[in-house]
Design a protein around this ligand. Sequence first.
Ligand SMILES: NC(=O)c1ccc[n+]([C@@H]2O[C@H](COP(=O)([O-])OP(=O)(O)OC[C@H]3O[C@@H](n4cnc5c(N)ncnc54)[C@H](OP(=O)(O)O)[C@@H]3O)[C@@H](O)[C@H]2O)c1
Length: 274
Amino acid sequence: MSRFVFNPMGTTVLITGASSGLGAEFAREFAARGADLVLVARRQDRLEALAVDLAERFGTVSTVIPLDLTAPGAVAVLVSELEQRGIRVASLVNNAGFGSYGHFGAIDAERVRQEVTLNVLALTELTRALWPELIAHGRSAPATGALINVASTAAFQPVPFMSVYGATKSYVLSFTEGLWYEAKGNGLKVVALCPGPTATEFKTVAENEEVFFGNPQSATQVIETTFRALDSRSTPPRIVSGLGNAFAARAVRLVPQRSLLTVLGRNTTPGRRR
Ligand SMILES: NC(=O)c1ccc[n+]([C@@H]2O[C@H](COP(=O)([O-])OP(=O)(O)OC[C@H]3O[C@@H](n4cnc5c(N)ncnc54)[C@H](OP(=O)(O)O)[C@@H]3O)[C@@H](O)[C@H]2O)c1
């Protein structure tokens, strides 16, 4: 008998962006709870090293599928790989994502396309493709499967100079909370995870060493918070990781939008002395 309410033991979880940061940490916690894994990202060597490590520590079987999720037809390729290998997924962690920092007009147009494609389109397509089997699994074995979409505290207000990123995360939050309701009574846990600044490769990828990253949480802290919420009998539609982040997420709603944007914009302007 598991000591956890959320018990994915013996099921399979697909995690996108598993080659570093939060995705790799999700993989470790699911493996520790006895789940097998499908690990997706572009860096195959990282995924394979993680798969070996998890097999040694937890006896987990991992399937590595190296893929650029912004490539045309990538989600269809992924789903067909799963079908060919006879893998049925009980949990999906849509974690792959990145941000771009700077004046909107200075960010490469192709990079903008990739950001929206990865953070919004691939996440939505993959959720749609796997939704029937996630729901079917939840009905047959309640509280053993989950849909976890990684949003951000950037979802709660516009983020000047990361305007595309903030908008994509608002989408993820809204989309996931809608699905939380739609999944009710089907045994599938659905949650939008909203981390604040977290020590991963994110800020290097975003080319943003300047702002937002004072006092980050560790990836382990974020994943602990997530599984605590999954272990509650009534998992909420959103999880904000960290007390300070949870407070800020509520506080921004009380500030008039013009004032909020003025303060945020001043603090996020590239090159501003801090
Ligand atoms: N760190 C933070 O402060 C923070 C705060 C709030 C929300 N988040 C969100 O948390 C999630 C995880 O980010 P992280 O902080 O763990 O950053 P990270 O360490 O940079 O991890 C991002 C992951 O996404 C994968 N990825 C990027 N582009 C991809 C592509 N085109 N196709 C497939 N996989 C791709 C990366 O793998 P490859 O490079 O190998 O493809 C990597 O595994 C993201 O959705 C991010 O927006 C992060």
